[in-house]
Ligand binder design. Structure first.
Ligand code: UDP
Ligand code: MG
Length: 324
């Protein structure tokens, strides 16, 4: 088999500090793999500028001018990591036989790519990069992140434990992914749904080489919640079960109340009444909120807004917005 064209897809948002450092790592990797004959010399590093507010896009354009291994596209505005990644993958799909997505901050070990490509040539369409250790992450980030995967699993979202968005996808897998039209994008949950033969490659996660994380706790929590509600309706099932249990207890409570009334031993009952009102009020609001979250998702899906709009690219090409 001829050596495959590899595109390394890298979303970047406000990364002007880290790009000059890590871009070398990526281009060296491509060069090394090309020399070893593992990939074609048509392989590229594709940066996706996710509407950065700093100088990132110019840094990317400079890199592209210096070395033809680099290519870049720019989104019309900031759409978030998942959408930026999808924009990159859907663009790469037109040129590449295989893509590897990775963050631009150098936290994920690029040497794992060799093993990913081996798995690819062994016939896998999807290869997950899985973090074996997270010693360099703070205790807090590690525990919250690992908690995240566990909660996701129990709430019915099938995600690969300790796998972020460092993964290899064959063109066939990308074609499969392109058929998922959902606007609420959660790639970690979608890729397992695409199917095909898969395997995992383990690596150690390092520290960010420069700049700052874009995922503080608040964003991580909303990411987790989004992930769960995009992938599973288990929370609604839990509400149904809760409603059922509370109904059963209410019936028991009513029997008790009527019995005490009949035997004439009623007391003022202020405490129990207030407790019941408060409790039920809280539970109902919570349940409404969860159901509302799903309705919000439906609202967004029905509008079918584009998931990204590409405004510029480093090479001459008419951008037909054929994200579908
Ligand atoms: N990113 C992006 N758009 C955003 C936020 C982040 O494209 O709105 C990119 C960012 O440039 C990086 C990757 O997503 O390449 C992961 O972000 P980060 O390293 O800040 O997250 P962490 O590794 O701390 O979870
Ligand atoms: Mg990072």
């Amino acid at each position: 088999m001829e050596s495959p064209i590899l595109y390394i897809v890298i979303p970047c948002y406000n990364e002007q500090e880290v790009l000059p450092i890590t871009s070398k790592l990526f281009s060296n990797k491509i060069e090394q793999l090309t020399q070893q004959g593992k990939i074609s010399d048509q392989s590229r590093v594709l940066f996706v500028n996710d509407g950065s507010k700093d100088n990132t896009w110019n840094v990317i354009l400079d890199l592209c001018r210096e070395n033809p291994i680099f290519a870049g596209i720019s989104l019309s505005r900031n759409r978030g990591h998942q959408n930026a990644l999808l924009a990159g993958l859907m663009t790469a799909r037109k040129y590449a036989d295989v893509t590897i997505s990775i963050d631009c901050d150098g936290q994920d070990d690029i040497n794992a790519m060799d093993k990913m490509l081996e798995e690819f040539s062994a016939g896998c369409d999807v290869v997950y990069g899985v973090r074996s250790k997270r010693e360099t992450d703070t205790w807090f980030k590690r525990t919250t992140a690992e908690g995240f995967y566990k909660v996701m699993k129990t709430l019915g979202a099938d995600v690969v434990f300790n796998h972020a968005d460092y993964r290899l996808l064959s063109r066939r897998a990308l074609e499969g992914l392109a058929q998922f039209k959902e606007v609420n994008l959660f790639l970690r949950g979608l890729v397992p749904l695409v199917g095909y033969r898969f395997s995992s490659v383990y690596y150690e996660r390092a520290e960010r080489m420069a700049g700052e994380s874009h995922y503080p706790l608040k964003k991580m929590l909303s990411f987790a919640f989004d992930g769960i509600t995009s992938l599973s309706i288990k929370p609604i099932r839990i509400i149904t079960t809760l409603g059922f249990l509370i109904s059963v207890f209410s019936i028991l409570g009513m029997l008790w109340v009527i019995a005490t009334k009949l035997f004439g031993i009623t007391v003022s009952g202020w405490t129990s009444m207030l407790c019941a009102i408060f409790f039920m009020g809280g539970v109902q609001l919570l349940c409404l909120g969860v159901i509302g979250e799903y309705i919000g998702k439906i609202y967004n899906e029905t509008k079918r807004r584009p998931r990204f709009i590409i405004s510029e690219s480093s090479w001459q090409e008419e951008h037909t917005q054929d994200y579908e």
